[in-house]
Design a protein around this ligand. Structure first.
Ligand SMILES: Nc1ncnc2c1ncn2[C@@H]1O[C@H](COP(=O)(O)OP(=O)(O)O)[C@@H](O)[C@H]1O
Ligand SMILES: [Mg+2]
Length: 281
């Protein structure tokens, strides 16, 4: 309603989908057709989870920090704003980084206006979960997603809820959506675990069509490269991860300790013998 009253939306064409976090609509604006994401109230969204995800996310405003720390109504309102703005800011960052996401336009009063991703017929694009693929198609789309995920990681963003339900497919390939819960790769201690889980979801999904993807380990491989500052969108990936697995040679360590002990015993015996004979070396 506020967007209609302000003329940001001309009219609602049709409801698109009611998700767990938001209701989506196809709307007409003076600039053309858009997708409007209307967020549900924070309290119906499971607030504990939101806090975990926000760890490490910069909120550079001390009044806000204090409000968010206490349990006032204002505090809850502010947390809600941060959550909603998190999706818009991630969309802007990712669009800039060359990741295929819906182009964001604005976010006001709990409504995000973004590009409507469409299929060849101009209808809202399907999710990966709505489709079946040949082995080759699965491999191609998966590879495109791995490149986009590498770009995301380079932009310090881990999706946090990536799966076949949050990727749309249009003529040019996969488009990643639904980012309010994204987390900072650098600042959030859980980022590696979320990242690997995200990638594993995609491996499981695409593994149904391309079996070798089911056992791939792009998540750990990319995270290791990222930590070594060796990850870019064009970095060749193998889908395997070989951590340093050579077990320490405990027997050799024990032999070294024994040798040192024997050497020390011999030294003491020598000193004792010298003391007895009174000889000085
Ligand atoms: N920009 C978009 N273009 C086309 N369809 C979209 C767009 N954004 C979301 N959708 C559709 O709405 C559904 C729910 O949106 P999503 O952002 O995933 O919210 P939720 O948190 O409710 O899952 C998606 O699965 C997708 O089908
Ligand atoms: Mg979703």
């Amino acid at each position: 309603m506020p967007l209609l009253e302000d003329g940001l939306i001309d009219h609602v064409i049709q409801p698109l989908r009611s998700g767990k976090e938001a209701d989506l609509f196809i709307v007409e604006t003076s600039q053309g057709v858009r997708c409007a994401k209307v967020y549900k109230e924070a309290r119906s969204r499971g607030f504990r989870q939101a806090v975990l995800y926000q760890e490490g996310r910069a909120v550079r405003n001390s009044r806000r920090d204090r409000a968010m720390a206490n349990k006032s109504r204002f505090g809850r309102h502010e947390r809600e704003e941060v959550w909603q703005n998190a999706e818009v800011s991630a969309l802007f960052t990712l669009a800039d980084a060359g990741v295929r996401v819906p182009k964001p336009y604005l976010c006001v009063d709990g409504v995000l206006l973004m590009e409507l991703i469409v299929d060849d017929a101009g209808d809202p694009a399907p999710r990966l979960s709505d489709l079946v693929f040949t082995e080759d198609e699965a491999a191609t789309i998966h590879a495109a997603l791995m490149r986009d995920v590498a770009r995301m990681l380079c932009a310090d963003i881990v999706h946090g809820d990536l799966s076949e339900y949050n990727v749309l497919l249009d003529r040019a390939g996969p488009v990643i959506i639904d980012l309010p819960q994204h987390l900072s790769a650098v600042a959030n201690n859980s980022a590696a675990a979320f990242f690997v889980r995200d990638i594993d979801h995609l491996a499981t999904f695409f593994g149904r069509f391309a079996p070798k993807l089911a056992t791939s380990d792009y998540g750990r491989e990319m995270w290791a490269l990222y930590q070594a500052r060796a990850l870019g969108p064009e970095t060749p990936l193998t889908g395997t991860y070989h951590p340093e697995t050579t077990a320490p040679d405990i027997a050799a360590v024990l032999r070294e300790i024994d040798a040192a002990r024997r050497e020390e015993e011999q030294r003491r015996a020598r000193l004792a013998a010298q003391a007895e004979t009174g000889s000085v070396e």
